[in-house]
Design a protein around this ligand. Structure first.
Ligand code: SF4
Length: 367
């Protein structure tokens, strides 16, 4: 039988705590808020990996850490092991494969452009959404990440930038492995931690949540007035075209998704970014561009056109630059602004889930 004592003995991840929760924890041991602030700064600003051995703390905080943080104690620090760190030939993209405590691996990508650094974070191990062109979708869902496992990716990327002598992260996109709105609570807690000004300090205006179209999550973001940017992956402008690429469309049909986007816009006044993976011969025709223009009419929309990153499990190929430009000009004449995104890091398998999929193929082949 599970006892209360056994439950309370389960170690808790320190990085799962918001600042208010950390303050309460330390307060319950008689430590004042100033100690919580010092610990928070060491964990989230100085990115200290060994808090229990930190000498800069006042004695009461040092004692609390010695008693409460570490193997077999009340708290532990998420510190994923980096199993791979691959840089693209142009040096602008770096991909980390990180091993979590239960041996699941996730990817974090660091992209640099004109001295500005953006990290692309994973929110789940695997993904339940099954988009056909996506290596993560092809592997299926494994589990949700905890807030601390999302925060730990930002700490990892920040440390990598610092040790390479670069400025810190400017932007975050939740566009890596997993569907962020399928792991809503953990993602919102992680973003509260990440955007805290006394810690990692990446403000909400620098953070984009990307969804494949989880309608209840979009409505909840609007209802709760969450201050982050929203990007919605469309890939098709009719139900038939979209559901061929995005199986989640069966659950949240296109009409329902666009209605949710209109509600989101009405309630927040925020521009919505729409992601469109351009696949040659599948969704890149002038007629499809025309349908997309009509679909988005009246919304404050910006479309990101992203030539496909090929994956082993999907036969599609990327649209040519000329066809992408033709698609873009039709959108423009419909009054919809768009950007053709450069394909980044092909040589480091930067599309989400590609490195993990490649590693497991190699590991299986090596057995
Ligand atoms: S594209 Fe995103 S939502 Fe779709 S399967 Fe991949 S990780 Fe999941």
């Amino acid at each position: 039988m599970t006892t209360v004592a056994a439950i309370s003995a389960v170690p808790r991840p320190l990085l799962d705590l918001t600042f208010a929760e950390l303050e309460r924890e330390l307060g319950a041991s008689g430590l004042p808020p100033v100690h919580a602030r010092a610990l928070w700064r060491a964990a989230h600003q100085e990115l200290n990996q060994n808090l229990a051995k930190e000498n800069g703390f006042v004695p009461p905080l040092r004692r609390w850490l010695e008693q409460n943080l570490g193997d077999g104690k009340r708290f532990f620090l998420d510190a994923p092991t980096e199993t791979d760190d691959i840089a693209s030939a142009d040096g602008l993209t770096r991909k980390f494969l990180l091993r979590l405590a239960d041996d699941q691996t996730i990817e974090t990508v660091l992209m640099s452009f004109k001295g500005r650094h953006t990290a692309c974070l994973s929110t789940q191990a695997g993904c339940a959404m099954g988009c056909v062109f996506c290596a993560t979708g092809q592997m299926g869902f494994v589990r949700h990440l905890r807030p601390g496992e999302i925060v730990a990716q930002v700490r990892h990327a920040q440390r990598a930038l610092r040790s390479a002598g670069h400025d810190g992260l400017r932007n975050l996109v939740l566009m890596g492995m997993g569907e962020p709105l399928h792991n809503y609570e953990a993602v919102m807690t992680a973003l509260e931690i990440i955007s805290d000004r006394g810690g990692l300090n990446i403000g909400p205006s620098k953070i984009t949540i990307s969804t494949v179209g989880v309608v209840p999550g979009i409505l909840r973001l609007a209802e709760e007035q969450r201050p982050y940017h929203l990007a919605v992956s469309l890939h098709g402008a009719t139900e038939a075209e979209r559901s061929a690429l995005v199986p989640a469309s069966a659950r949240w049909p296109l009409a329902e998704l666009i209605a949710a986007c209109r509600t989101y816009f009405a309630q927040t006044g925020r521009r919505i970014f729409f992601e469109w993976t351009l696949i040659a011969g599948a969704n890149d025709s002038p007629a499809q561009a025309g349908r997309l223009g009509k679909l988005l009419a009246g919304l404050d929309a910006h479309v990101n056109l992203i030539p496909l990153n090929p994956t082993g499990g999907f036969a599609g190929t990327p649209t040519s630059l000329d066809a992408a430009k033709a698609f873009q000009s039709i959108l423009k004449s419909a009054g919809i602004p768009s950007t053709i995104r450069q394909r980044r890091g092909i040589d480091v398998a930067a599309g989400c889930g590609q490195l993990r999929a490649e590693k497991s193929r190699t590991d299986r082949a090596g057995k």
